[in-house]
Design a protein around this ligand. Structure first.
Ligand SMILES: *Cc1c(COP(=O)(O)O)cnc(C)c1O
Length: 327
């Protein structure tokens, strides 16, 4: 089940859905995302990870032929009240320890009996749970979650899905019938101390722009808003056309790595809305030169560490005005 929520982690929902059309299923978080995927002509089984919350959303889900995750009593009531002819394929989500969505382990037997008695539910409902700490080696919680899940799967005989990317890579016992990779599909690592490369993955996204100006600074001159960076000696600065308006985080500091013509350089001064400054003193740089912010040659995992965040947030934060070039 290929997870393409959040604009396919910033990669573009429709082109990604088309590229992954052959998956056994696709998964999105919101109904609006499912609508976009269906309007693009993608007929692949499509799972709504948060399910529906109103009868209007049920109608839409039926029209779009969606599979629903069912995680709450309210959603069971919606299914019980459904009078249409569509039969929903559902995933009963159990909270085995994440404490976010799902029925409690003790409730499962009753919920399972109820869904199997509902006319609105297609044959063979499935089991789903989500791991809270699969990215931590030797996580006691993960062991506990897997053990709880295993018991319920055995009792119900249901097809099951337990693993996100981290679970899939690091916990063999979590693989089950279905896996739900998101981040790793796009070539990134869910582990804090690794990059996609170390799992044999290549980044799908390279965020690039170009230099639109180059200027020479005398020692003592400063760059950008707040004059936060000062040249200690004569320096050459390249101005690249990217900024926080594109999703390049404003709080990245001087020293953050960037590539100019495939060579290492460093961000200097504050990130503006539309521009950044790069120290190109040691390079032979000119306007028009390519600047890579992350991706091929510069793992987004490394930039995420500089930003004090995770690669998920950086790629999801790519804004609308960034053109996606599917070469
Ligand atoms: C987002 C999500 C995934 C994918 O997680 P990754 O860490 O990106 O692999 C899987 N399952 C559920 C329920 C999710 O919400």
């Amino acid at each position: 089940m290929a997870v393409i929520k959040a604009n396919a982690y910033g990669h573009g929902l429709v082109p990604t859905a088309l590229a992954l059309e052959a998956a056994d299923a696709l998964a999105v978080a919101r109904l609006a995302e499912a609508l976009t995927v269906r309007e693009a002509g993608v007929r692949t089984p499509l799972v709504l990870l948060e399910g529906v919350f109103t009868s209007e959303e049920m109608d839409a889900a039926a029209r779009l032929g969606l599979q629903l995750v069912v995680h709450s009593p309210g959603q069971l009531d919606l299914l019980a009240a459904w009078s249409g002819s569509y039969r929903f394929s559902i995933w009963v989500k159990v909270d085995t320890g994440m404490n976010r969505l799902g029925f409690r382990v003790e409730e499962f037997a009753a919920v399972w009996e109820r869904v199997n008695s509902l006319r609105s539910v297609a044959a063979r409902p499935r089991f789903m749970t989500h791991l809270a700490a699969a990215d931590e080696p030797d996580s006691e919680l993960t062991r506990l979650q897997l053990e709880r899940a295993r018991r319920l799967i055995t009792a119900s005989g249901a097809e099951a899905s337990l693993a996100n990317s981290a679970g899939l890579i690091a916990w063999r016992e979590a693989r089950a019938d279905w896996v739900r990779p998101g981040l790793m599909l796009y070539g990134m690592s869910p582990f804090a101390d690794r990059a996609g490369r170390q799992h044999g993955l290549e980044p799908a996204m390279t965020l690039r722009t170009q230099l639109i100006a180059v200027r020479d600074l005398a020692a003592g001159e400063t760059v950008g808003y707040g004059a936060s960076w000062r040249a200690e000696r004569p320096a050459r600065i390249g101005i690249a056309a990217i900024g926080y308006g594109d999703g390049y985080p404003r709080h990245l500091g001087s020293g953050t790595p960037v590539l100019v013509n495939d060579r290492s350089a460093a961000l200097v001064g504050r990130v503006s809305m539309d521009m950044i400054a790069v120290d190109v003193t040691a390079l032979d740089a000119a306007p028009g030169d390519e600047v890579v912010l992350w991706g091929r040659g510069l793992p987004v995992e490394r930039v995420a560490a500089c930003a004090g965040t995770i690669p998920y947030e950086l790629v999801c934060g790519i804004s609308q005005r960034v053109a996606i070039d599917w070469r």
